[in-house]
Design a protein around this ligand. Structure first.
Ligand code: 1QQ
Length: 367
């Protein structure tokens, strides 16, 4: 970014729409912390060409209607340069078209369902999709735990949990692994004993689970109560340290995949973990790592554009600059790749990264 001779340093307004209350706040608060850590570091080092990043933080409550409201407020009232979020794919599918219509970048750091970036060319994410991660999670779990047949359980009223199910199904078919039974649940359910009792009767070697934590953690607890002690194979929703707080000892033997791992000892990751713990007094998770990297990726693009005071031009310049960014951060080497829409035409941008699979043991993720 280059400022004219007479230009004054100004705040650069960045919107953040995340689930800060409700069931998905398990993720949203962690995501917020990642953004705040990165923005704080960037501002402390002089900002972007002397301009400070100003985060405008709004709560989408993990609800798609609220995500739409918050996107409208950030884009049209607050006039932010771009928007990070929302937390859930379910919300992104509803709210991202607002950003696309307003030619404003919507950058998701935790949306992993199919089809989000097919919304349009202003839609970006650095979260690796279920389609990319689940076949690898399944492959490692099957090999490690000698799995021959599985039961499947998924939430059938959420864009992410349904997409996870679709991708698990595809991966299971490709790997020729029979499914003993498929059970469903909905957001807000608390008693999963009926489905788990059916699953138990089919004697699976593992349970494939596409769930958000609010339902996924009690599912693990109730399975163990019913004497089902087989491994769980989960998607992005289960990949959070919050599963240990929510499911305690019942959280063991859960396989998940993500580019980020607490035990990756690259210089970038070690520095991230240290700074995060110093600031928030708690260890980070992959959601914090993703948002931390996303802020740095966005700033790399920002450094290459001119802020001329014309918001529409600035928003489009940022969009044009983002795909060129390459960045090595807490989650490793990152770049974007072009996503296609349903008609096979170029649309938004997905993450080009590979997943590391871990399994939970003694309330820790181990590789
Ligand atoms: C999605 C997800 C969730 C687990 C985000 C918190 O991956 O909704 O896409």
């Amino acid at each position: 970014m280059t400022l004219g001779a007479s230009a004054q340093a100004a705040d650069i307004k960045i919107g953040m729409a995340e689930a800060l209350t409700g069931g998905a706040a398990q993720y949203g608060i962690s995501i917020r912390h990642g953004f705040e850590l990165a923005a704080g570091e960037i501002n402390a080092a002089g900002g972007v060409d002397g301009n400070q990043l100003k985060l405008i933080v709004d709560d989408d409550q993990g609800k798609k209607e609220e995500a739409i409201n918050v996107f409208k407020k950030l884009i049209f009232q607050d006039k932010v340069l771009m928007v990070f979020g929302p937390t859930l794919s379910n919300s992104a599918q509803a709210a991202d078209p607002i950003a696309q219509g307003a030619k404003t970048v919507a950058f998701g750091t935790s949306n992993t369902a199919d089809g989000i970036t097919s919304i349009g060319d202003y839609v970006f994410r650095n979260s690796v999709t279920e389609a990319d991660v689940l076949p690898e999670t399944l492959r490692v779990a099957v090999k490690h735990a000698h799995i021959k047949k599985v039961a499947v359980m998924y939430g059938n009223d959420d864009v992410f949990t349904k997409s996870g199910y679709d991708n698990f199904k595809k991966a299971l078919e490709a790997a020729h692994i029979p499914v003993t039974t498929t059970e469903t649940f909905a957001k807000g359910d608390v008693d999963f004993k009926a489905q788990l009792t059916k699953i138990k009767a089919t004697h699976p070697d593992a349970i494939v689970l596409s769930a958000l934590l609010a339902e996924g953690a009690p599912i693990m607890v109730q399975a163990r109560q019913l004497g089902i002690n087989v491994p769980f194979i989960g998607g992005n929703g289960m990949n959070s340290v919050k599963v240990f707080t929510l499911a305690k000892g019942a959280s063991d033997d859960l396989y998940v995949g993500s580019p980020w791992s607490a035990s990756n000892d690259s210089a970038e990751n070690v520095a991230f973990i240290k700074a995060f713990e110093a600031k928030f007094n708690t260890p980070p998770d992959q959601f914090a790592a993703q948002s931390y990297d996303a802020m740095h990726i966005m700033v790399q693009a920002l450094k290459t554009i001119k802020l001329n005071g014309d918001l529409a031009t600035e928003r489009t310049a940022l969009r044009d600059a983002l795909p060129k960014v390459k960045w090595t951060g807490a989650t490793g080497a990152f770049q974007f790749h072009r996503a296609m829409n349903k008609a096979g035409k170029p649309a938004g941008y997905d993450a080009q990264q590979t997943a590391i699979v871990s399994v939970t043991k003694g309330e820790q993720f181990v590789i």
